[in-house]
Design a protein around this ligand. Structure first.
Ligand SMILES: [Zn+2]
Length: 434
């Protein structure tokens, strides 16, 4: 009944564009028989010995079926079940998983973001296949070629081989805590602002942009918005739709060879809060919850930017009011203390001197008609996204997040400094919009 199987994903894999990339994702399956499909795949494509990692919650939500199916397929299964509480995606834990898996032919993770990233990292380091059994429709990392791990207290996005196979049973995923699927909607819908940032970076800075990385997700965004209330009720068919949307979103990053299609200014705000929470032990939220709130903000910024009248843009005044490098360095030192030099290095890669900023703003003014023409291809109105997030049960204002509101606001203003990628946060602040 919930068999979405390959459908769109299959088409994407077969596309003329994806083939030459030699993608290592060999199977994706969403359906009530996901555990069986995982075992069938393992029998065909993996060795005899496997390590299955899970946590005390995910072990109950599908772990049993996966382990039994693997055993029935003739595999020697070893298991590591972590405590759900305080399970953090740190590089130390990822190295521990690597050690545990060193004598296994392949790894299986039963879980969502953290467990997937631990397995992907270990599998990549050992050059072993990794199969993921997704237990929540909470984020788009299942099919991506990166992991997010804490390294010395700083959250880092580390490139790694994508999983070999991704399997999910929507009936299991529908039993995950409701905020998780709402977070998945936030992470998926963020692509309407991140892809806009990406396209704008192509227009203004001549950064590479690959339209094909977004083409195969067309249509599913509308479906997610339409089904937002059913998602909010965790109806399995609606959760299956979010799973499929997220797998496509992760896949778009693999095709683009960069996280740009799914990570723009809204992700910088989320990363800023995460980095602060890791450094200063502040409460934090699900990735997609933060991203959803920040997406609504970033879409609002784009609306203000595209509504500007060229005649009213006083470039000289904007260049004059740009914060000095001394000021920026003070902010970075204040925010990041022991790791300020690493953040400064990111900023140094994209900062512009007054002359550079002048030229950049002149390019913006002359490109505004083109941007008004082309950016709406991805851009959604902020109220549409806000309504969908609300209906799916997710937060839409910073006040609803666990993160301290002051840190969220700092993220809006200073998130631009933590990564060298151009985003709407840069453009808005250079244009005096906040
Ligand atoms: Zn994300």
């Amino acid at each position: 009944m919930y068999e979405l199987g390959w459908s769109r994903l299959g088409e994407a894999f077969e596309s003329e564009f994806a083939k030459p990339k030699g993608l290592s994702i060999k199977a994706c399956h969403i359906g009530a028989d996901a555990h069986e499909e995982l075992a069938v795949f393992a029998r065909r494509a993996c060795g005899k010995n496997c390590l299955v990692i899970s946590d005390t919650n995910t072990r109950r939500a599908g772990g049993d079926e996966v382990v039994q199916a693997l055993s029935s397929a003739g595999k020697n299964v070893r298991e590591s079940v972590f405590q759900s509480e305080n399970l953090d995606a740190t590089v130390e834990l990822a190295d521990e998983v690597k050690g545990l898996a060193s004598s296994s032919d392949f790894l299986v993770a039963v879980g969502s973001g953290t467990l997937s990233d631990l397995a992907k990292y270990a599998g990549d380091a050992l050059n072993r296949p990794v199969l993921l059994y997704a237990t929540a429709a909470s984020m788009n990392g299942y099919t991506s070629g990166v992991v997010a791990l804490e390294v010395r207290g700083l959250k880092r996005t580390i490139p790694c081989a994508p999983a070999t196979g991704v399997f999910a049973n929507p009936e299991h995923a529908a039993t995950a805590p409701q905020p998780m699927v709402a977070a998945g909607v936030g992470d998926f819908l963020s692509k309407c602002s991140s892809t806009t940032d990406w396209r704008a970076s192509n227009i203004l800075l001549d950064e590479p942009f690959e339209p094909k990385a977004r083409e195969f997700t067309e249509g599913i965004q509308e479906q997610v918005i339409e089904r937002a209330s059913a998602i909010g009720r965790s109806e399995p068919e609606a959760v299956a739709l979010v799973l499929e949307a997220l797998l496509l979103s992760g896949f778009s990053m693999v095709i683009a060879g960069s996280s740009a299609p799914a990570s723009g200014g809204e992700h910088l705000i989320s990363h800023y809060i995460d980095m602060k929470s890791a450094l200063y032990d502040l409460p934090h939220d699900l990735h997609g919850a933060q991203v959803g709130v920040a997406t609504v903000y970033c879409l609002g910024l784009w609306e203000s930017i595209l509504a500007l009248e060229p005649a009213e843009i006083d470039i000289d005044a904007l260049v004059a009011q740009r914060p000095s490098e001394v000021q920026v360095k003070e902010w970075i030192d204040e925010d990041w203390g022991p790791v300020a030099a690493e953040v400064q290095a990111q900023w140094d890669k994209k900062k512009m001197d007054p002359k550079g900023l002048q030229a950049h703003l002149e390019t913006f003014v002359s490109s505004l008609p083109r941007m008004r023409d082309e950016l709406p291809e991805d851009l959604l109105p902020a109220p549409v996204v806000k309504k969908a997030l609300q209906a799916s049960g997710g937060p839409v204002t910073p006040e609803e997040l666990n993160a301290p509101i002051a840190e969220y606001r700092n993220g809006q203003r200073r998130g631009r400094y933590i990564r060298s990628r151009f985003t709407v946060l840069d453009l808005a602040q250079d244009l005096g919009i906040s």
